[in-house]
Design a protein around this ligand. Structure first.
Ligand code: ZN
Ligand code: ZN
Length: 559
């Protein structure tokens, strides 16, 4: 057996063992062999995981990259990084001790209930077996959480409250209307009742914890410079340090401010003739953005407008021939399920590589819970222009298109152990690419709003670093987002909350974007007159969700 074949066989066997160890993550990827297992997150489970990771890292050391082909080399690098990262999370980062939102059974049950991978009655039996572990699951969670912080406690509360509706409404309804025999229905209903009580108990415990932390204070949510650099290296996988990316972002912010001042000067006579233009450039840009932001849909029409954009954008991509869009893969715009709310306004749920023909969902969170004022602030932020850019980012040719490609990738390893910076970087890159190719008719209004939007990705990087490493506080962060990134209050406060419950993830947008753009320019020089944009996109995406620096190496090697 050649080394290439030996590595392929090892990878295949590894994945099966990996899913056995991580049945919850397997559901997200569309691997359902262990769908009825809900592991209890106790010390024994962690011990078994650590042994598993060490043994497999040792196996990987037995492969010499020089004996593998390009795809194998990158898979090997990705796996080594991924397992070392998991071990670091488990033994050094130890989120399981301080993050109550790490524990939530809602999404697993939600996937089994909502995904039609086998007949409903069989899925309900799977759910029935899984329900047995719920009480022990939440008991272990409470035991693990020896040092929770306030921010993650609040998030854990919100998300677990969202999960409760599965056990009080959704599951009982589905069971009642199913064709299961009466005796089985009664058995499952009893288990649901027990699971519901365990979840309510956890929620009550979190409520008490939140009260205590509010009074007495507790662990700081900030992770500090040293841990931040470590997490950045594990999560992003790039040649740069976190500090270097932060400094690059500062330069980019200044360049964008100069360009935005130019668009503002062009637009001023059209919209604000007679009003003197403020001497401070940033104040003038803000005034122009504020003026244009009044053009937005009504709160009730928010989701319908997004539904209307999808076919328009699809036609544009096809007419210009920018990247392949597979018409056999449906995209469904829906309201974000309750158990997934609390993190951002829009997101993409894509089918995993084991289930590539399942539907993709473009989740949009309705503004129902907002006051009039909050809704207005939100709608001005997602105004006429930015709402279109949002759909480019989340759906196509952004996340939906990229993830559909990744699922076609011959490498299951790359499709599964996706690099977040590549994924987010691609979505941010497509926004610029669409405008460069005439989306929005090269209007300065669209370019100004786009600049504001991409400035958000740049400022996300600055913000994350300043908050997590340099101790920035809420008011200063909100002011920076409003003055330097022209955001509205509601968006800025939401981003602050997000920056307190995640670390490094906010830098992935700008990190991946700047790397992809640099690679495109490098590729242009290399190809000269033969450069073809669509070919570059199709080739880039064909490598799956690998880190950009790994894709770059393979593209340059293959030519
Ligand atoms: Zn308005
Ligand atoms: Zn994104």
């Amino acid at each position: 057996m050649t080394e290439i074949a030996r590595f392929a066989a090892w990878s295949d066997s590894f994945l099966h063992r990996y899913w056995e160890m991580n049945p919850g993550s397997a559901l997200w990827e569309g691997y359902y062999k262990h769908d009825d297992v809900l592991p209890v997150p106790d010390a024994a489970t962690r011990e078994a995981e650590a042994i598993f990771l060490r043994e497999n890292l040792k196996d990987l050391e037995g492969f010499d990259p020089a004996t593998l082909d390009g795809a194998g080399k990158s898979d090997l690098a990705i796996l080594k990084n991924r397992l070392a990262r998991s071990l670091w999370y488990l033994e050094d980062f130890r989120q399981w001790q301080w993050d109550p939102s790490d524990y939530n059974v809602g999404s697993g049950f939600g996937i089994i209930l909502n995904t039609d991978y086998k007949p409903l009655e069989e899925r309900l039996q799977v759910i029935s077996r899984r329900l047995d572990s719920v009480p022990a699951y939440y008991e272990a969670a409470r035991e693990n959480l020896t040092d929770p912080n306030l921010e993650h406690t609040a998030l854990g509360l919100q998300q677990n409250r969202g999960a409760l509706s599965l056990f009080t409404d959704r599951l009982p309804d589905v069971i009642a209307s199913s064709s299961l025999p009466v005796s089985e229905k009664a058995e499952i209903s009893e288990k649901i009742e027990k699971a519901k009580r365990a979840l309510e108990h956890y929620i009550a415990w979190l409520e008490a914890t939140e009260e205590r932390l509010k009074k007495e204070g507790g662990r700081d949510f900030r992770i500090g410079a040293e841990v931040y650099e470590q997490k950045f290296a594990h999560d992003i996988v790039t040649g740069r340090s976190a500090r270097e990316l932060y400094e690059l972002a500062l330069t980019h912010r200044d360049e964008l401010h100069i360009r935005m001042t130019g668009f503002t000067k062009t637009l001023w006579p059209k919209y604000l003739e007679g009003t003197p233009m403020p001497a401070d450039d940033l104040v003038a840009v803000r005034q122009m953005i504020d003026h244009l932001s009044a053009r937005h849909v009504e709160r009730e029409g928010f989701i319908d407008e997004i539904r209307r954009h999808v076919p328009v954008i699809t036609d544009f991509i096809n007419e210009k021939g920018l990247v392949e869009i597979d018409p056999s893969r449906p995209l469904i715009v829906r309201e974000t399920p309750l158990y997934q709310r609390g993190f951002s306004g829009a997101s993409l749920s894509s089918p995993g590589p084991y289930n590539p023909t399942a539907d993709s969902y473009y989740n949009v969170t309705p503004l129902d819970d907002y006051t009039e004022e909050e809704a207005e602030s939100w709608l001005r932020e997602y105004n006429h222009w930015i709402l279109q850019i949002l759909t480019i980012h989340e759906a196509l040719p952004g996340h939906y298109t990229q993830l559909a490609y990744a699922n076609k990738s011959p490498s299951l390893i790359k499709a599964i152990f996706g690099n977040g910076a590549m994924i987010e970087g691609w979505a941010v890159y497509t926004e610029l690419m669409m405008l460069e190719n005439g989306f929005g008719d090269h209007e300065p209004e669209m370019w100004l709003m786009y600049s504001k939007w991409v400035l958000r990705a740049v400022v996300n990087t600055i913000l994350d670093y300043q908050i997590q490493v340099e101790g920035m506080e809420e008011d200063a962060a909100v002011e920076m987002m409003m003055v330097e990134a022209f955001q509205e209050d509601a968006e800025a406060r939401g981003k602050w909350r997000r920056a307190t419950v995640s670390q490094v993830q906010l830098t992935s947008y700008f990190s991946g974007f700047s790397e992809i753009l640099a690679l495109r320019e490098e590729w242009k020089v290399l190809k000269g007159e033969d450069f073809d944009l669509r070919e570059f996109h199709d080739k880039f995406l064909s490598y799956g969700n690998a880190p950009v620096m790994v894709i770059r190496e393979l593209m340059l090697e293959e030519g």
